[in-house]
Structures are given as structure tokens and as C-alpha cells.
Design a binder for this molecule. Structure first.
Ligand code: GLV
Ligand code: GLV
Length: 320
């Protein structure tokens, strides 16, 4: 019986599907990430691996699976944790979960945008601490959203959902993408293409929706921050290293930008102390796709990809 191993427990719908398909299923039931060595051993003895974005599936792991391992099915849309070139070399499919989490992730990006613009988290803390002693004309002043300029960096499925949600706020939406959208699509989404520099200079809100690749690593660095408006709010639900976190912290601390809403960090799960001390940031623990509905759909998808690969088919969400 082919063996399918989960590096961590995910919604049980996946396990059930795989058991029903006749596979021998093993799940790490401990509340801890497996060590690199444990993952290597798992790769050796499994026909399929179901992994998290926090598992480092490098060449060593893939080489250990060579010959037996058919597929690494990542429980995420991003797959920067997997060495895809090595997987290809060893004829191991790599799959992800595109599409099903675009709405949930765009929703969280908007939730962060609102939370930062209107100081929701700070205000909540203030009320709980018993500091609300009466209406005040200048208490927790934030920033307007309607009519402002939103800059979307990365215009894939998630970026497009972000843009759709801006329509109701009459925002001007600029976007930057390697390959420009068609005119028809730009019209439908009510978005305007802008080179990165122009987007950065003109935006009141900047939201990141790119995958992490060598090209997008530190896409927002000193030079980019130096061109931003002083009232800009940065939202990152993509990947931490797309922003140079040290530079971001410096600009936040010095009040050279208005705030940031972050769901991802440069060295997850490590968060710099300095970031934790800032009032003008709202921080969430990489929960972009964390809705009941979405996580179930992702679980079904990882199982379907494994089932296809173990039948000898190219899985529907193979990334290469
Ligand atoms: C989450 O970050 C994902 O890539 O699915
Ligand atoms: C991911 O789903 C993206 O293409 O934005």
C-alpha cells in the first residue's frame, strides 16, 4: 500500500480522502514541526508527503525520496519552502493550493488595512484598560480610505481579489506586475498599471501579493521606502522577505510612514522585539487563509493532488 505522510495535522477531510483511496496514512500528531532529519527519514519511506510552508523541503530531503517519493503536496499556495528544481531533477511532483484561498487572503489584507488605518487594535486596548472617559475630538484619529490610492504589488489571483474589494471604496487602484494585464482585464478590475517606482510614490496604501522569489526578495528596501508618502500604510499578507524588515521598522519608528499591517515576517516565527513595541502596526500570525471553509478546501486539494500523482497522472496543481 502506498504510504502518504503528513508533516503536521491538517483538517481531517484530507486524511479521510486518502484512506478511502486505499493509502497507508501517517500523520505527525504532535504540536511541533518535524526536525529536518525526521523529514528526511519520512521522505525516504513515503510515496507522498503533505507539507506545510514552514517545512524546509530542500535538495537533501528530495534526494532522500528519490525513486520512491512521487509528490510533495504543499498545504499552501506559496511553495518557496520547496526546492522545485531538485524535485524536477528527481521526478517528484510539487503541488500547491491556488485559487481556493484568494478570497480569504484578500479579506485579511483588507482587515489589516482597516485595522491600521482606523487604529482598531490600539483603540480596543484603550477601552479594555478603562481609559475611555468620554468622547474626545481628537481621540484615535486615523486615515480615510474612500477615494485614496491603493497600490497593489503582484496582481495574481489574490491581488485581483484585493482590487475587486477596492471598488466599493471608490479607490484609485494602481498595480505593478511583471507581465501587465490585458486592457480588458484592467478595465474590468478598474486598475491602472504603474511601474513600481511610480506606484510607490503615489500610493496611500500599499499591499503586497507577490510570491517570494529571488526577484521579489527585499522588493521594498531602503530606496523604495525613501520614495513613499509619509502617510502610507503597508500591508503584507504575502511573504516576509519581500520587505526588508529592518528598514520597515526604521521607517515606522521614525514616523516616516504611517503604519503597517503584517501577517508575515522575515524570519517566521521570529518577530523582532522592536516591531512588537510599535503602536502603529497590527500583527497577525500568518493567518491569511485561516477560515474554516478555506482550510477545508485546501485540505481537499492536497489530497486530490496526491491521489492523482499516485495514480501515475500529472497532479492538477503541479507547479512545474
Ligand atoms: C500561505 O501563506 C500560503 O502560501 O498558502
Ligand atoms: C495566488 O493565488 C496568486 O496568484 O495570487
Amino acid at each position: 500500500m502506498p504510504k502518504v505522510s503528513f508533516t503536521y495535522e491538517i483538517p481531517e477531510i484530507a486524511e479521510k480522502k486518502l484512506k478511502d483511496a486505499g493509502f497507508d496514512v501517517w500523520v505527525n500528531r504532535e504540536e511541533r514541526t518535524l526536525t529536518h532529519e525526521e523529514i528526511i527519514n519520512l521522505a525516504k519511506e513515503s510515496d507522498a508527503l503533505i507539507t506545510l510552508l514552514s517545512d524546509n523541503i530542500n535538495k537533501e530531503v528530495l534526494e532522500a525520496g528519490k525513486g520512491k517519493l512521487k509528490v510533495v503536496s504543499n498545504y499552501a499556495v506559496g511553495y518557496n519552502n520547496i526546492d522545485v528544481e531538485s524535485a524536477k531533477e528527481f521526478s517528484i511532483y510539487v503541488t500547491n493550493t491556488p485559487g481556493v484561498l484568494s478570497d480569504a487572503t484578500a479579506d485579511l489584507a483588507w482587515a489589516l488595512l482597516f485595522a491600521v488605518a482606523r487604529k482598531i487594535v490600539e483603540s480596543d486596548k484603550f477601552v479594555r484598560e478603562g481609559k475611555f472617559i468620554g468622547w474626545r475630538p481628537q481621540l484615535f484619529l486615523g486615515y480615510d480610505i474612500k477615494g485614496k490610492t491603493l497600490g497593489i504589488i503582484g496582481m495574481g489571483r489574490i491581488g485581483k481579489e484585493m482590487a475587486k474589494r477596492a471598488l466599493g471604496f471608490d479607490m484609485k487602484v494602481l498595480y505593478y506586475k511583471r507581465n501587465r494585464l490585458s486592457e480588458a482585464e484592467e478595465k474590468e478590475l478598474n486598475v491602472e498599471y504603474a511601474p513600481l517606482e511610480e506606484l510607490i510614490k503615489k500610493s496611500d496604501y500599499i499591499s503586497l501579493h507577490t510570491p517570494l522569489t529571488p526577484e521579489t526578495h527585499h522588493l521594498l528596501d531602503e530606496k523604495e521606502f525613501s520614495m513613499m508618502k509619509p502617510n502610507v500604510i503597508i500591508i503584507n499578507t504575502a511573504r516576509g522577505p519581500v520587505i526588508n524588515e529592518k528598514v520597515l521598522i526604521k521607517y515606522l519608528k521614525e514616523g516616516k510612514i504611517a503604519g503597517a499591517g503584517l501577517d508575515v515576517y522575515e524570519e517566521e516565527p521570529k518577530i523582532p522585539e522592536e516591531l512588537l513595541k510599535l503602536d502603529n502596526v497590527v500583527l497577525t500570525p500568518h493567518t491569511g487563509s485561516a477560515t474554516f471553509e478555506t482550510r477545508d478546501k485546501m485540505a481537499e486539494m492536497v489530497a486530490d493532488n496526491v491521489i492523482a500523482a499516485l495514480k501515475g497522472e500529472v497532479p492538477p496543481n503541479n507547479v512545474y
